[in-house]
Ligand binder design. Structure first.
Ligand SMILES: [Zn+2]
Length: 493
């Protein structure tokens, strides 16, 4: 099955006027690409040191051609998808999940054994509501099954794209992705920035990732070029590289963006959009960064297992990318569908990857779906908030979970209210009513002023936890170096 079969839709779908306009510019992509190919002939990769350049998988010429061909066929339906009637989106999603479940049951031992043990059979899937019947799979189960019992035997290992997920659990899951999934994911990336930029993103616009490794493809046949700057380079020099590259879109971890803000004046003039991803970021912090950069700063909620899960769009909502992923939100205890308006655990089904399927996989993040979604031109499911990792949530004396996002928002409130600037901080729950605040003061900030304002932090936390909270403030010279996602909010009880 090709990617186009998976996603093709009727050509007579009514489209929004903007999308038709966007479609016109996408059709001309190959024309523009010839010029763009001249200036972006070599991948724009900035490592500064060979020692930080890892050995990584590179794509074949055949794949590069396949990407360009697929783009021409798929970009139209891809751009239309978020505007389809919800019933059509659900129907396509259900058909795709049924296909993946049947395939996994037939060919992939970790799923087959699990489904048999749970008394579940693919024929139980008769309508969308039945998706809730599919047993949930966890990271430790897939770690134990890798590679023999979770990789699709239809693929040769050497044809697959390697990646990995580490995350806060400290447990690393190796992942393999099939070429069709990578191609689709790349094209959906163009759509991401088109949607997030309010359809301003065009084929000649440079995107720059400040990240660990570059994306698989440096461009799509020369169009939509992407540059890469290694995130281990100190922010002062990253800012200089950004000034030289002059990208339209900057994509990075929220913590990297934060570190670049003192140098914003140097590089911000070329930008039309900045996107944060991979780590939790507070809406208040994105707003502050947007003010400093003079362009929107929008979030991408994604994971290695699921690819893009949801995008923050100019309409002000997070919308689930419903042709990349199916997102279910479940009660943390019963694993039944969570009541709308209440935070629950994210369970994802990756709709792209057939080589190592993720079907109803426990993602571990806490998410809230709105009780009443706003009216919006985008049909994709709306999310009210992404509340951080489950094990980062605080727990009050009555057993209620307080999402890490709320705690992070309180921390920002405290900083804004007291006019203090922290270079780095960690907020750790030590007991139901004891919280440790570790921080490195920002440049020129008197640490006594911060310590003196801790009472306000106690008041804010007390409001949120619904009882008195004692805050122990600790001034730090530095935090121990960490790899992977930073967890400034965590619970140690
Ligand atoms: Zn919306």
């Amino acid at each position: 099955m090709t990617m186009m079969d998976k996603f093709s839709s009727d050509s007579d779908i009514a489209m929004f006027e903007e999308i038709q306009t966007a479609g016109t510019s996408f059709e001309h992509a190959d024309v523009v690409s010839n010029d763009a190919a001249m200036s972006f002939a070599d991948p724009l990769e900035i490592w500064e040191s060979e020692q930080t350049r890892p050995a990584y998988f590179s794509v074949s010429g055949e794949m590069t051609t396949s990407l360009s061909d697929s783009f021409d066929h798929y970009i139209g339906p891809c751009m239309q998808h978020p505007f389809l009637p919800q019933a059509d989106i659900k129907a396509k999603q259900f058909a795709r999940i049924k296909y993946l479940v049947e395939m996994a049951y037939a060919d992939i031992p970790v799923y087959r054994d699990k489904y048999i043990a749970a008394g579940f059979h693919p024929s139980d899937l008769t309508c969308e509501a039945d998706i809730d019947l599919i047993p949930i799979i966890t990271k430790p189960e897939l770690v134990a099954a890798f590679p023999g019992r979770c990789i699709n035997p239809r693929y040769a290992m050497e044809d697959l794209f390697p990646t990995r997920s580490s995350g806060s659990s400290g447990q690393t899951l190796l992942i393999r992705v099939d070429p069709d999934a990578i191609v689709t994911d790349t094209i959906q990336g163009v759509r991401q920035f088109a949607l997030q930029s309010g359809l301003k993103y065009g084929p000649a616009d440079l995107l720059t990732h400040v990240y660990t490794v570059p994306w698989w493809f440096p461009s799509i046949g020369g169009a939509y070029p992407g540059a890469f700057i290694s995130s281990v380079i100190p922010p002062e020099r990253v800012a200089k590289h950004l000034k030289d590259l002059a990208p339209k879109i900057l994509s990075c971890y929220p913590s990297n963006l934060e570190s670049l803000l003192p140098y914003a004046d140097e590089f911000k003039s070329s930008l039309m959009l900045a996107v944060t991803h991979s780590e939790y970021s507070a809406p208040a912090a994105r707003k502050a960064a947007a003010k400093k950069l003079g362009v929107p700063v929008l979030d991408e909620y994604s994971s290695e297992e699921a690819t893009r899960i949801a995008l923050e769009l100019p309409c002000g909502h997070y919308h689930v990318c419903e042709d990349s992923v199916r997102l279910d939100i479940v009660d943390p205890v019963t694993l039944a569908p969570q009541v709308k308006g209440q935070s629950g655990l994210a369970v994802i089904t990756n709709l792209l990857n057939e080589a190592m399927p993720f079907i109803r996989y426990m993602q571990g993040d806490c998410i809230t779906e709105p009780a009443r979604p706003d009216a919006c031109g985008i049909s994709w499911k709306q999310l009210e908030s992404i509340d951080g990792r489950m094990n980062d949530a605080f727990i009050n004396a009555y057993g209620r979970m307080i999402p890490a996002g709320s705690v992070l928002d309180i921390t920002y409130r405290w900083m804004f209210d007291c006019g203090i600037n922290l270079a780095q901080f960690e907020i750790i729950q030590k007991a139901h009513d004891v919280v440790e605040a570790r921080f490195i003061p920002g440049a020129g900030v008197d640490e006594n002023v911060i310590v003196g304002s801790v009472g306000h932090l106690e008041d804010l936390l007390g409001l949120c936890l619904e009882h008195k909270v004692k805050v122990q403030a600790k001034v730090m010279a530095s935090f121990p170096a960490k790899t992977g996602k930073r967890r400034p909010i965590r619970r140690e009880i």
